[in-house]
Design a protein around this ligand. Sequence first.
Ligand code: ZN
Length: 696
Amino acid sequence: MKINHWITGALFTGLVMSACQSPQEAQLPQEIKEGDSQEKEEFVWSPDRFADLKIVRYQVPSFEQLDLRQKKLVYYLSQAALSGRDIIWDQNYRHNLRVRRTLEGIVTGYKGNKESEDWNQFMVYTKRVWFSSGIHHHYSKMKFAPDFSKDFFKNAVLNTEGELPLLKGESKEVLATAIMDIIFDPNTDVKGVNLASNADIVLESANNYYGPNVTQAQAESFYGSMKKANGDVATPISYGLNSRLVEKNGKLSEEVWKLDGLYGDAIAQIIHWLDLAKGVAENEQQAKALGLLVDYYTSGDLKTWDDYNIAWVTDTLSDIDYINGFIEVYGDAKGYKASYESVVQIKDFDASAAMQVLSKNAQWFEDNSSIMEEHKKANVTGVSYKVIEAAMEAGDASPSTPIGVNLPNAEWIREHHGSKSVSLGNIVYAYSQAGGKGMLTEFCLNKAEVARSEKHSKRAAKLHTAMHEVIGHASGKINKGVGTPKESLGSYASALEEGRADLVALFYLMDQKLVDLGLMESLEIGKTEYDGYIRNGMLTQLQRIEPGENIEEAHMRNRQMIAKWVIEKGAEDKVVEKITKDGKSYYRINDYMKLKALFGELLMEIQRIKSEGDYEAGKNLIENYGVKVDVAMHKEVLSRVEKLNIAPYGGFINPKYQVSLDANGDITDVNIIYPDDFEAQMMEYAKDYSFLPHVN
Ligand code: ZN
């Protein structure tokens, strides 16, 4: 499954987003080498913006730490990833590839006026299609309409020299009409995925996972009887995962996505690169998994897919990992069919090192915590947590991407062989930078706070998350006879648990111990995090709430709860003060050490609630501090954010890997570069990775 919490905005410059067992909302920015600040300033995180979208770039600092063999592995896996790119287009909608190639033909070959408003709108539409891998919105799944005229479009096709996806004997005029019918008609194929309860969710979804006339009932009966024939087994096959279900002469059959089947031309390329990757694998287990993946792409056998997943999940030692295949089933309303995707991953060496230090010292943190002695663990072990850097994304994971992934999806494999859960640290960080300085400048009290955040927030957020995960969730014990937190604390359990983990991190972020351990250079980092935490809990996170709604999400509840509680308890000493300036609200921390003590106090109380299973006290904390939204403040925040004009959705330009070859054609070096032009990357991909016919 993918974790996608930030779809509605990436707005969190300088805020803490912490993750949990599942890597929700993780913010583990990678550290760029200290002293790199000049270079960092020149890096434009978000070079393009159109419609409701912004284009973001991400960096892969860990790539530089790889040896040549590993760099080759990244390169081969990236090529494999991109080779399947056309597949997702065809999966999303049967006309997508033809539409895209028509648009791309016009982009390169149009001989008319490129200064007109129609042309500008044409480019916006084309970029939206690229972004969504098709003509349906990547998130809402609704067909979006072009803002140029039909006349313009027809003339553009006629005025285009060079390659257009003409079918045999087709004229440009006929092509233009066909494409206009597809993209302008508001009544046909409106929804890519239709989940409406009164709809035939197979027939009325425009995606291409089923032939044109296949109904929901047919699909259910087809796969129902397949499952039944196989009996009730402990290792059920994911029937339907890698095929299109079609009806021919009244009979249903599957067109399997494999080497000599549907999408075979793209799959052949994927196999070619996976074979090369296997040759430079980091260890035997990884090579074995890659071999099985090639076998699966060759045969289309779903039993082999399971074998592959078991081999893949067992490979836990490699620095480089990858997702490649037909993975997630969100694109099929019935959830049988999986979309093609690939993510190439490099271990975040810096985050991993910090976590190791914390893990090694977990007992010290437990012993010195503010919680009551009787709730401390005598032998505490750090929770392991994995942060990676995405090195390439393709298919359903690009340009729009998840920020965390937990695989494999087959429940029985997860149960018996485990699963891998990763947070895409560099993607999360790139999101946080993409909004630019706007959010910081708007919500920080003064320039000093902005400057401190710019200097330290990356490290601060990274440390916060590491502590939240590794020592926060690991800390404390439950009294004998008290059930699990879910049993004793009910629906408040997760917000309380997230609050507890946050508080462990906050309590120590102003502790000299972290400086002594070499995890932070000074307490300035702690101050940065305290500023950001209060700012987020009281102000900025409110932008994610619809007017009139209360706070539902566990992390958001805990953040407001903590911020409000410490402000209230420290009110007499003015530990944190609300400031109003030019009609706008800000928060100023007057005493960081007193705030640390308050965090410690609340930590002790929440640990007590968990240890004793004190439902009433837990409920009161969350309900009184975490749930209700201050209506006036909410309104203020929404209007301040609206003025910043931040695009709700972000998608990414991939880095590019350039190889140097010797006289024998062997790779002697692989370099990473960071392109900054979305259009150029899309046109390059069209040129280099168009392996499928216009119509499949
Ligand atoms: Zn958590």
